[in-house]
Design a protein around this ligand. Sequence first.
Ligand SMILES: [Zn+2]
Length: 236
Amino acid sequence: MYRLLVIGFIALTYAIWGYAPAASASQEDRSERYDEEQNWTLPHTTVIIDVGHGGIDGGASHGSTLEKDINLAVASKLYLMLRSQGIPAIMNRTGDYALSEENRWHNTRSRHRKDLSQRRQLTEEIGSELLVSLHVNAARNSTKRGPLVLHQNAGESALLAFCLQDALNRQQATLGLPRLGEPFYLLRRVDQPSVIIEMGFISNAEDRAMLTNPAKQNEIAHAIASGIRQYKWVAH
Ligand SMILES: [Zn+2]
């Protein structure tokens, strides 16, 4: 109940003022928060990094620039960053392949369904605490840019999305709000708090330059890592 109130409060203040939870914390609150962050490394606080697409599924594209490659590049950086901060993390794809190519458990005819099904099984086996699925957006309107975090119809997922959207907005100087995701497979069936992070638009020149630049990819990964820590601090 307390958590629900906190989530409601954050969502409300965020919606009304664009208020960021950490922005007005007093010095005392900050040191408390720092202590909290030190208690992060519980054995079951694994962050699953779902690397969108792979193999013949390139995802969104612009010329020879493919979403699957951007997702993997940022995921690798995020993985190393979280591990170096003592946060258990795993990636469900470390190379350029579709998950279903190695799927030994399911016999669904559709490759895409198999892919999603395997992603879900992996999550259940690990008993993860949260899942972030990395993606890149695309639009016909090439002026559209900026990050967008999609969440499940559940409080913890929405809170995680608010924290991540806020961190990415700061990184990219945008003002977007997270959104309830379409109830498709991953968002509907994974039981842990899960979000889909659209890191930017491959169809926008400015975003594309950011998404394909290794230094900028590091900044994106850094923003995601800090959003995850923010969530941990508020939720637990
Ligand atoms: Zn995608």
